[in-house]
Write a protein of this length. Structure first.
Lengths: 245, 107, 557
């Protein structure tokens, strides 16, 4: 990557260089759309076919944590856009401020995800041999973080679901495959994004970005917004199935 | 050769602020709508709101409203192709007479 | 009549020396050669497996391989040839080398990403080689589940990881081409002055961008199912193996267009050059390339007609499959029309082009038998399919690749290959190819299934013919590998434009300087316009239409 905003050998103007980079980044994002699209297809088919299992799975997710994370990511998109604006208008210190905020929000997101994933492991909700969606209702003492009242509702709903789908446990595993697959892939993309943001921050603290040249900030911004958009879809698809009971 | 400054449309913080507030409101609406029993339309509403949010991010945060037509075509092609993948594959499943005993909406 | 051919003292090959200058190069021409080495290596590997298959199939009960090993042979033949040879071949070797030259640019838009794409290919290849060396794969190159994800006892995971990684090489190459063609054209090089080689690589890049990520996620999910027990494709957990097939073929059908479109681009360069006539219907051929790329995404379930898919879907996809043949037919008609009234010479690249025309025609037409629902019931999963795709892949794609390699070899190395030996090799290859694969159409029609290690004794005669053909085909492949390398060091100096041909790449020296052109060209002529190019030294009145007299031969005739 060029550090001082000079022209590369094969370009004739800075404008051509920026246009080229932007087109390249958008094409890359299109590949990301198709990449996530594949697992979206797997989700779509299985949600249709095993609706009860998917609803049961979805209802074990914490709406508070998921909603909070959604707000965090949306805010990080705002701060990212502001970082680009700061670069475009020459407010060099602000670039670093907004980049830092974006990174911090990203880490908050990771923290919440860590808590959520931890819960899933604890409650035997990870696909594999020990997967058991009935684990908490059958062993209330092992799931202290779930209140007795919640457990009663959960047991009721799970029994109803199992009446509709005798193989509920096996099919719920498919929900969790989708959950871990989609959120895991998303988290991986966020980790890469966080890495890129840290690199941007390092450069921005060194005063590298200006109205004349801020392409890397812009490009990483596009990537970060894309990752936010993925979550915008993941939140209702994973957390909000059949919540209205 | 000359290297004049790249001309770009700079979106104002005011616009960004409006967008983020809209996005937060829409998030709230999504959660609220999830608790209303709309039967099979719950998913439609949820996806519609998500699409509005995504569109706002693409148009304003990602500046898609201000990029050349060629880039807009790239964006449209990506979304269209995702649609191809989802709709054409599901068209096989939903037009089957019997798929694991499931009755799809159109069978 | 023409000046003595000149070999430039300083060019991209000798400007810098040492292994670091090659392994850390960002010059698209050197990267093209790096890819040439890698894909040739995998061609040998795939060829080795093919040899074992054909030797084994000489006898009905097969003495050479156990059934399990036979499964591994055809699987690894497919994996090596498709993912590591065919898909990169023309784009990564010829495309990388030529596209900046053809559009008048100094390099691709993202030279470092170009180098990265090669390293990504190498890493993916390493994983796959690891799999091959550790017992290989026995799932078929199609990795159908749940065999690949649950029941197979072969080294599936490293191969899946390897192909996943190599997919990104394809994506990066496609990205680079798309952006380059959009933003890096020389002054005067408008879209409709581009050589068709560039158009087809544009179309190929579109397919790479939109399709490859889907196979990436598919293999990732299959890998995760194998390693971590995710259940999307496993019926025991409520998953659906057909979902895997949908996801897999959504890419793998367009992948075959990644393999053939670049070859069509080569043919579109060869035929006008050796007929000394403008390509007939340039804009139709350009549009047809894009049409193939787009419609090619709409036909994938024709690989799944017998899986229990809905009849309505099958009808729609069958119709679309017939539709995708139309733009290919348009191209074949236009190439043929270009020949009519042309001044044809039978140089080696032209021999490959003729081979392409006939063999691609047969391969393409037999695809229609397969796309027709009724006949597919009988010939699906038989040798008819095997013959069909080898006619396209070898008779089409590889012929184009070899024709292109010969055509541009003088540009790449500055020296000519031995013409008569090359013509002989082309003919040997053509004969060997047909002897190998035509009997397989008959075998398939008679009912011999593919991927079986034994067959009824009455089929032996065709299998023996096929194996005999394969040995001739091997000679046809080995000869160019030897004489092209020889020619790079000892061939006759070629000069800037030995053929002569009309592209921008022929306006610079052979080999070109690192920066491609000493002065950025400005394009004021239409493509393939032999009449308005007095610099080519062809005996034709300027600007007047009509048959050209054959130009004096070139090279070492």
């Amino acid at each position: 990557m060029h550090r001082t905003g000079e022209l590369y050998g094969q370009f004739k103007t800075l404008e051509q260089q920026k246009d080229t980079a932007t087109l390249g980044m958008w094409i890359f994002l299109v590949t990301e759309v198709m990449f996530f699209g594949g697992i979206m297809l797997a989700y779509t088919l299985n949600r249709h076919v095993y609706f009860h299992a998917f609803a049961a799975g979805s209802n074990t997710l914490s709406l508070q944590l998921g909603g909070f994370n959604t707000v965090v990511l949306l805010a990080s998109s705002f701060t990212m856009a502001m970082a680009v604006w700061s670069a475009q208008t020459g407010k060099k210190q602000l670039i670093s401020v907004f980049l830092t905020l974006t990174i911090l929000l990203g880490f908050v997101f990771f923290g919440v995800k860590y808590v959520e994933y931890g819960q899933k492991f604890h409650h035997h909700l990870v696909p594999g041999k020990s997967f058991d969606i009935f684990y908490c209702v059958d062993n209330p003492t092992k799931c202290e973080d779930v209140s007795a009242e919640e457990l009663t509702t959960e047991r009721e709903e799970l029994e109803k679901a199992r009446a509709a789908d005798p193989d509920l446990n096996a099919h719920a595993q498919l929900y969790y495959s989708a959950y871990f697959g989609m959120t895991g892939l998303h988290a991986l993309h966020m980790v890469i994004g966080a890495g890129l943001l840290l690199w941007l921050l390092k450069n921005s603290l060194a005063g590298l970005y200006s109205p004349r040249w801020n392409t890397p900030v812009d490009m990483v911004g596009l990537y970060w917004h894309f990752v936010d958009i993925v979550w915008i879809y993941l939140f209702p698809l994973l957390y909000l199935i059949d919540r209205h009971k | 050769m000359s290297e004049h400054e790249p001309t770009e449309h700079i979106v104002s913080p005011g616009v960004y602020l409006t967008i983020i507030l809209t996005l937060l409101v829409l998030t709230g609406v999504t959660v609220w709508a999830a608790y209303v029993n709309l039967h099979q339309f719950n998913i439609v509403v949820a996806l519609a709101i998500a699409t509005v949010k995504a569109t706002l991010v693409v148009l304003f945060f990602m500046h898609a409203k201000y990029v050349p037509k060629r880039t807009q075509l790239v964006i449209f092609a990506g979304i269209f192709w995702l649609g191809l993948l989802l709709f054409m594959t599901m068209s096989d499943y939903i037009s089957r007479v019997d798929y694991r005993g499931i009755r799809f909406p159109f069978t | 009549m023409r000046a003595e051919p000149h070999y430039p003292e300083k060019n991209y090959l000798n400007e810098t020396y040492g292994i670091r200058s090659w392994l850390l190069t960002t010059d698209h021409k050197r990267i093209g050669l790096l890819y040439l080495a890698s894909v040739t290596f995998f061609f040998f590997i795939g060829g080795f497996f093919a040899m074992l298959i054909r030797l084994h199939l000489m006898t009905p009960s097969g003495y050479i391989l156990t059934p399990d090993t036979y499964n591994r042979m055809f699987t690894m033949h497919g994996v090596a040839m498709i993912f590591f040879f065919l898909i990169p071949s023309i784009p990564a070797v010829l495309g990388n080398f030529l596209i900046p030259l053809m559009i008048g640019a100094k390099d691709l838009a993202f030279p470092k990403i170009n180098l990265l794409s090669w390293y990504v290919y190498v890493v993916g290849a390493a994983f796959t080689l690891y799999s091959m060396v550790n017992g290989g794969l026995d799932t078929g190159w199609t990795f159908y589940t749940p065999l690949s994800t649950v029941y197979s006892n072969s080294a599936v995971a490293p191969a899946v990881v390897g192909i996943f990684i190599t997919g990104f090489s394809s994506i990066l190459t496609g990205l680079n081409f798309l952006v380059t063609i959009h933003t890096m054209r020389a002054p005067g090089m408008s879209w409709f002055r581009l050589p068709l080689f560039v158009w087809t690589h544009y179309a190929t890049a579109v397919v790479m961008i939109l399709g490859t990520p889907v196979v990436a996620i598919t293999l990732a999910l299959a890998g995760m199912e194998r390693l971590f027990g995710l259940g999307f494709f496993n019926p025991a957990m409520g998953g659906d193996p057909i979902l895997f097939q949908h996801l897999f073929w959504f890419y793998s059908h367009p992948a075959v267009y990644i393999m053939i479109l670049p070859s069509m681009g080569v043919i579109s360069e060869l035929i006008p050059t050796f007929a000394r006539k403008k390509l007939f219907g340039y804009s139709f051929v350009a549009a047809a390339s894009l049409a193939i790329a787009v419609i090619g995404f709409l036909v994938w379930t024709h690989h799944m007609f017998l899986t229990g898919q809905s009849t309505y879907a099958a009808l729609a996809f069958s119709f679309l499959t017939f539709l995708v043949a139309v733009p290919s037919a348009v191209k074949v008609f236009n190439w043929t029309a270009t020949l009519f009234g042309g001044s044809i010479s039978f140089d080696t690249p032209m021999l490959y082009a003729f081979g392409f025309l006939g063999l691609f025609l047969i391969g393409g037409l037999t695809g229609l038998f397969l796309g027709c629902l009724g006949t597919d019931i009988h010939i699906h999963d038989t040798y008819f399919v095997v013959a069909h795709f080898h006619y396209i892949m070898v008779g089409g794609a590889v012929m184009g690749y070899l024709g292109g390699l010969h055509f541009w070899w003088p540009k790449m190395v500055g020296r000519m290959y031995p013409e008569w030996l090359a013509r002989a090799a082309a003919i040997i290859l053509f004969v060997g190819f047909n002897l190998t694969f035509f009997p397989q159409f008959i075998l398939g029609y008679l009912g011999m299934p593919r991927r079986y290690h034994t067959y009824p004794p009455e089929f032996q005669i065709y299998n023996v013919m096929s194996t005999a053909g394969a040995s001739i085909l091997a000679v046809g492949y080995l000869l160019p590998m030897i004489y092209l390398v020889w020619a790079a060091f000892y061939g006759k100096v070629a000069g800037d434009n030995p053929w002569p041909a009309t592209g921008l790449e022929w306006l610079t020296t052979s080999p070109p300087p690192t920066e491609n052109f000493h002065v950025t060209p400005e394009v004021t002529w239409e493509p393939y316009d032999f009449h308005n190019r007095p610099d080519l030294g062809l005996d034709v009145p300027a600007g007047k239409p009509g048959k050209l007299s054959p130009s004096p031969a070139h090279g070492d005739d």
